[in-house]
Design a protein around this ligand. Structure first.
Ligand SMILES: Cc1cc2nc3c(=O)[nH]c(=O)nc-3n(C[C@H](O)[C@H](O)[C@H](O)COP(=O)(O)OP(=O)(O)OC[C@H]3O[C@@H](n4cnc5c(N)ncnc54)[C@H](O)[C@@H]3O)c2cc1C
Ligand code: SF4
Length: 430
């Protein structure tokens, strides 16, 4: 007999169009307990092996089942200080839930939703999330306060080290604060978990450039570089500098900051170039801001798209349209709109990424758009890369090291903290 998975309620499509409120509503206590009953508590916990942060999944689900929700949250937070955030944004379908035994006879356990449930209950209960020991060890500089830097800071503080965090933005959290939109990750959740860590460290609100990096290297016993991939690639085609062509990352930042002006999209036709999370979120934000139509143009097909399946499905549900096998070639300013010329692609042999590559066919078509958002892959800022040049005091992780997800950034930060602790306490070389 198939026992249905308990799926949380979501906002209606109408509500989604009009608000940035979280689409997925947290499980109720009864729903969470019912879902916890479906778990087999597998002795070999394949789900846990699929979790980069190594959360003890069967154990926390058992705690929920037995009504000990605070115990479940403690167990999650022990492994992952950003537990509630990850419960919301982890691509569980390709991590823990992909490995879940229940999949063979039923539907995978809703591990992400259960994690969010336990952590949200804990946050709502108030009180400090973490208890850090007094500082007694080495001095470590963390450059960049995204999930990688914050996780590294957290585990280093737990080990008794002094941590100085260098982050120029007004808010800590990196892409959690200004990349992932509020309808998927409520800013209050980010703030609650980030503040729980930030209270124990000293924050220098500054950018570390190459010259400052040399000073930091001298002043600290070790350095963790978690600067992510902050430089989005731009289109290199005629007309890409026209007004109306914008960086999707900058657009998402403006949306997160509530900056006006550019957001006057009512009734407008918005195109987005790309196939990753940024493209999905930019198009979904455009619709929430009143765009009449939001279309994503991608040079391969859905199968090769880097966006998580769940994000593609949500974008489709909300009315985002997709044009596959289309690469932009030129943009012209029309009387009131942009005229964007695309070349039709076809799929060729797999490239280095293992995905079939787009091959130009020579056939072209034109789309009229009001706004074109570029959501192309980002690159790391090269300025600080010299720090990584075989310096044994420098450790790295997160997107800069190839990560790509919040939970991988957390796992990298945690592993770097372990190595830095070893380096500081045992003089161990890597
Ligand atoms: C739109 C969007 C949606 C996403 N959705 C998801 C999702 O649903 N699920 C998921 O798992 N992942 C998602 N991701 C990916 C995820 O956000 C990243 O993998 C993760 O944030 C990487 O963490 P990080 O700490 O390496 O870098 P970042 O989060 O990029 O943080 C880097 C920090 O370093 C700071 N910095 C940069 N240069 C310097 C410098 N010179 N000096 C000091 N500080 C510096 C930056 O200001 C920033 O705060 C999404 C990404 C985007 C863009
Ligand atoms: S693999 Fe699935 S069924 Fe087994 S313990 Fe993990 S969540 Fe439960």
């Amino acid at each position: 007999m198939k026992i249905e998975r308990t799926t949380p309620k979501t906002l209606t499509l109408n509500q989604r169009r009009q608000s940035f409120a979280e689409v997925v509503i947290n499980l109720t206590p009864a729903e969470a307990q019912f879902e916890a009953y479906r778990c087999f508590y597998c002795w070999d916990a394949p789900c846990q092996k699929g979790c980069p942060a190594e959360v003890e999944i069967p154990q926390f689900i058992w705690s929920i089942r037995s009504g000990n929700v605070a115990g479940a949250a403690d167990r999650i937070y022990r492994a992952n200080p950003l537990g509630s955030i990850c419960g919301r944004v982890c691509p569980t379908e390709s991590l823990c839930e992909k490995a879940c035994t229940s999949k063979q006879v039923n539907i995978p356990i809703a591990i992400g939703h259960l994690q969010r449930y336990a952590c949200d209950q804990r946050l709502a209960g108030g009180g400090p999330l973490f208890s850090y020991p007094p500082v007694s060890g080495g001095r470590v500089a963390i450059i960049g306060a995204g999930p990688a830097g914050l996780a590294c800071a957290h585990f280093l503080r737990l080990a008794g080290h002094q941590v100085a965090l260098f982050e120029p933005e007004e808010k800590l959290g990196g892409l959690l604060a200004w990349g992932i939109p509020a309808y998927r990750l409520a800013p209050e959740t980010t703030q609650a978990e980030v503040n729980a860590i930030a209270g124990s460290i000293e924050w220098h609100q500054e950018t570390v450039d190459a010259a400052r990096a040399q000073v930091v290297l001298q002043e600290f016993d070790a350095v963790f570089l978690g600067i992510g991939k902050g430089v989005p690639a731009r289109l290199q085609i005629p007309g890409s500098d026209l007004a109306g062509v914008r960086s999707a990352v900058q657009f998402l930042r403006d949306v997160a900051a509530g900056r006006g002006g550019f957001h006057d999209l009512a009734g407008k036709e918005v195109g987005t170039i790309g196939g990753g999370a940024t493209a999905m979120d930019a198009a979904r934000c455009a619709l929430r801001l009143g765009a009449g139509r939001a279309t994503v143009f991608y040079r391969r097909t859905q199968e090769e798209m880097p966006a998580f399946a769940s994000e593609y499905d949500a974008a489709l549900d909300e009315g985002v349209e997709f044009v596959w096998l289309a690469a932009p070639k030129a943009i012209e300013a029309g009387e009131s709109r942009l005229s964007v010329q695309f070349e039709r692609m076809e799929l060729g042999q797999p490239d280095q990424s293992g995905r079939r590559s787009p091959v130009p066919t020579g056939s072209r078509f034109t789309f009229k758009l009001d706004v074109l958002l570029e959501a192309l892959p980002s690159e790391p800022d090269p300025t600080l890369m010299l720090l990584l040049d075989k310096n044994p005091k420098v450790f790295t992780g997160g997107d800069l090291a190839g990560g790509g997800t919040v939970v991988q950034a957390v796992a990298d930060g945690k592993e770097a903290a372990r190595k830095i602790n070893e380096w500081l306490t045992q003089g161990g070389a890597r």
